[in-house]
Design a binder for this molecule. Structure first.
Ligand SMILES: [Mg+2]
Length: 271
């Protein structure tokens, strides 16, 4: 088992604890996007530069802000704030609300209202290029989020400005809060849609760390890159996998034990 895959399951365990303890959060999408977050923070970006707010740091924006707990688990493990603070998730006066706020170290831009993150990423990427910085901007979106019109305004703008310092990632788990994306707002030919807007598209298994890293480090001159990461909502336990209800369900005590066992089995078996 690669280190990144093992780390991702350990962070999923952190998320499970947070959500079970505090009875808040969005567990399904947090489990689906974890391998992407781990690839970014443990392999691709320099977390120390982000922690010190270096002017040369890379930027990450969690446009699917409802999965804040997944990002918090990663940031805590990377030393952005004490790990004990994860226990305050979604509690009164916390720095870790369900949707991230810039008051927490490591959060560049508050997110939660869907469809805003890519526009913010376009602005940051444009600014960094005008300052002649070598920094790269990564924006992680949900697939249900693609129904937001503002996403497509940002996609058009990134092409207009030839932003090759911008990579967008879609957590393509084919589910959203109320059901299958293809029933609610079909996304057929997603690859062709993005490509017709002038982006370079790459598709990968969003749970294969090597494939994710290869996709996230792809650079095409004068062209923004869109990574379609094929994932499974609730990844890691059959209790949750591919079930739309687990967008926002809180595990019962019995489900918590089963999910924890399943996650531990992934780590133990090396699969
Ligand atoms: Mg989704």
């Amino acid at each position: 088992m690669s280190d990144l895959r093992k780390i991702a399951f350990e962070r999923r365990l952190d998320v499970l604890e947070m959500i079970h303890d505090t009875k808040a959060g969005h567990i399904g999408g947090s489990m689906s996007c974890m391998d992407i977050l781990v690839a970014l923070y443990y392999e691709i970006m320099d977390a120390e530069k982000i922690r010190s707010r270096s002017e040369d740091r890379d930027w990450f924006i969690l446009s699917k802000g409802h999965c804040g707990e997944a990002l918090y688990a990663v940031l805590a493990d990377k030393g952005f704030f004490p790990k004990e603070e994860l226990g305050s998730f979604a509690q009164f006066n916390t720095r870790l609300p369900e949707h991230p706020s810039h008051h927490l170290p490591g959060i560049e831009i508050g997110t939660g209202a869907l469809g805003h993150g890519l526009s913010a990423g376009v602005g940051v990427a444009l600014s960094l290029r005008r300052q002649k910085k070598a920094s790269h901007v990564y924006v992680l979106m949900g697939d249900g989020e693609q129904a937001e019109g503002s996403v497509w305004e940002a996609i058009m703008a990134a092409h207009k400005f030839d932003l090759d310092n911008l990579t967008a990632i879609v957590d393509r788990n084919c589910l959203q809060i109320s059901g299958a994306t293809e029933d609610i707002m079909p996304l057929e030919n997603l690859w062709k849609r993005y490509a017709s807007f002038g982006w370079h598209i790459v598709e990968c298994d969003g749970h294969d760390p090597q494939a994710v890293c290869r996709s996230l480090t792809l650079r095409i001159p004068d062209t923004p890159v869109m990574v379609i990461a094929n994932t499974i909502k609730g990844y890691g336990s059959p209790v949750m996998e591919n079930k739309a209800d687990w967008h926002h369900l809180i595990p019962t005590d019995e489900q918590y034990v089963r999910i924890k066992d399943d996650l531990l089995k992934h780590i133990g078996s090396g699969k």
